[in-house]
Design a protein around this ligand. Structure first.
Ligand SMILES: [Zn+2]
Length: 551
């Protein structure tokens, strides 16, 4: 596998050279944009779509604010999914629910014929990330409650705004094409997309388009990227309870097994590749100290650069779990709760999208937007750079020796089955920690709204390229077949039988939902969520605290 990867990378870097070298026949996966002739009709339709997206600003803003106010965690996105599918049904989409047996998963379809475009974005939040929007310091709406500390409340608004603009053009121009809209359910648990692939929901899809919040505006990267893939595994140990003081010799502690496994892993960590990232939590450590714990569980994320290395880490984890069970005379079983392949985005599609992003450009930030950004950057002792001022360039593949791991997204599984491109749109603030309350503060403010409108324009333009320029679809498949999957093939980490972990986060939402309901956004009464909450925009503390315009 290692060899195959460097061979593929070698080919990819050769392509960079040949694509810029001159007029010879383009190599597989060479940029579609370079081959595309000037097409005034497509350009005119793109201009129309951009103007149309601008007229939908209020719709985009309401969707973002509404989903922000739901703040639901993975597998519990009931309000969110009901709300989004309601909008789609009203707009003529046919909605299939319960995908892969996941109650909050759905696919909405409209149109007929080829190409089939599947456009998706994640919808789940982060535990304990509740935060008042527009406030530049930690100020939870509800202490301990979940919230959109990743910004997943914005991507569906980007996609649906774009789709509605494109649909209007398709209807008038009688364009062939099928649009499927779908949610990344439980992305923070990498819990759904591999199941969607396994169960065939992307079988007939020609192109997948994804969107994800960012602090800049770019398709980010094509080819092997800086992120990792992962498996998420829970180890359940079973022992025997006993009176912890009266007869401890009769007990067998499942918690001892968990702790021994963790100690073993933390020693082994030093002798693993630098690319790996592994982390765990203990969801069950027993009931109370005077009862020897008969059940205990530890939940690991094992991350690495490629399939073989992820598998290797997982095997080490299994060995340690078995060893810990032998040391403690307990039993162990494990189950897979989530999985993500490392991402690999299409070169053809990414380069096309980048051209569209350049035509849109970054939003015009107001003084109030900049004040909020600098306020939180000051608060977190990050570089006080404000909001993005120049477009981030599209990156090509990262050489294997420079890939040092990072986050994951199960869009990776889709990207290895269908040519995929991912739009990063500028609705967040640079320099924040991620998976944190701080990443929520911009997410129901003009920063998120403007970033999503810009994102929807680029998304609509890219859809028009896919619908109207057959060379974009054929170029994407050429790259997919002859470069990306030439030597590497998708092998799922899940079996036919592994169920999605739909029970996760249920108890947390049951606990917090009654209180969270009081803060659901009501667009019939308030223009924005900030207005409903009575938050002065921006609210920051310290020297940077100047009142900006209220929006
Ligand atoms: Zn995310």
């Amino acid at each position: 596998m290692r060899k195959e990867i460097s061979a593929a990378l070698g080919l990819a870097s050769l392509l960079v050279v040949s694509a810029t070298a001159g007029p010879q026949k383009p190599a597989p996966g060479a940029p579609a944009t370079a081959k595309m002739a000037v097409n005034p009709k497509v350009d005119a339709l793109k201009k129309e779509a951009m103007a149309d997206v601008d007229t939908r600003r209020e719709f985009t803003q309401q969707m973002i604010d509404q989903i922000f106010s739901y703040g639901e965690l993975g597998f519990q996105e009931f309000e969110t999914s009901k709300y989004i599918t309601g909008i789609l049904e009203k707009n003529g989409f046919k909605v299939q629910t319960g995908l892969s047996g996941i109650p909050t998963a759905w696919m909405a379809t409209w149109g007929a014929g080829k190409p089939v475009i599947a456009i998706g974005s994640d919808i789940d939040g982060i535990p304990q990330a509740s935060q008042k929007p527009g406030v530049g310091y930690h100020d939870p709406m509800i202490e301990g409650a979940p919230g959109h500390g990743e910004g997943h409340n914005s991507g569906q608004a980007v996609n649906i705004t774009a789709v509605l603009a494109v649909k209007k053009i398709m209807e008038r121009e009688h364009l062939s094409g099928t649009i499927k809209i779908w949610p990344g359910v439980a992305e923070e648990l990498v819990g759904s997309k591999a199941w969607f692939i396994r169960d065939g929901y992307f079988k007939d899809v020609d192109i997948a388009i994804f969107s994800h919040v960012d602090s800049n505006f770019s398709p980010q990267e094509w080819g092997d990227d800086s992120g990792n893939g992962l498996v998420s595994i829970q180890y359940d140990f079973k022992g025997e309870s006993a009176h912890a003081a009266g007869a401890p010799w009769r007990g067998r502690s499942a918690l001892d097994a968990v702790e021994l496994m963790d100690v073993g892993w933390n020693f082994r960590r030093e002798h693993l590749r630098l690319q790996q990232r592994s982390h765990y939590v203990i969801p069950n450590g027993g009931d109370q100290p005077n009862v020897v714990p008969q059940n205990a569980s530890v939940w690991y994320y094992f991350r690495e650069n490629d399939y073989d290395h992820i598998k290797e880490l997982w095997d080490i984890g299994n060995t340690m779990a078995k060893a810990a069970s032998m040391m403690t005379n307990t039993e162990v079983t494990w189950k897979i709760l989530g999985t993500a392949w490392p991402k690999h985005m299409s070169r053809t599609l990414s380069e096309d999208m980048e051209e569209n992003i350049k035509a849109v450009g970054l939003p015009q930030w107001s003084d109030a937007d900049q004040t909020l950004a600098r306020g939180i950057q000051h608060e977190l002792k990050a570089k006080e750079e404000g909001l993005a001022g120049t477009l981030a360039p599209l990156r090509g593949p990262i050489p294997e020796e420079q890939r040092r791991g990072g986050g994951s997204d199960d869009i990776g599984d889709i990207s290895w089955n269908v040519p995929t491109v991912s739009l990063r749109f500028p609705s967040n603030i640079p320099g924040l920690p991620g998976h944190n309350w701080a990443n929520a503060i911009s997410m129901a403010t003009p920063i998120a709204h403007k970033g999503a409108t810009a994102g929807a324009k680029a998304q609509a333009m890219t859809m028009l390229d896919i619908l109207l320029r057959p060379e974009v679809v054929s170029g994407a498949w050429d790259y997919f077949k002859n470069v990306q999957t030439k030597d590497r093939h998708y092998i799922p980490f899940i079996t036919e039988k592994d169920p999605p972990a739909t029970w996760l986060n249920k108890a947390t939402l049951e606990k917090f939902r009654p209180e969270m309901k009081k803060f659901y956004y009501d667009p019939t009464r308030y223009k924005t969520y900030l207005e409903q909450l009575g938050i002065k925009y921006p609210t920051v503390r310290g020297a940077t605290a100047t009142a900006g315009d209220r929006q």
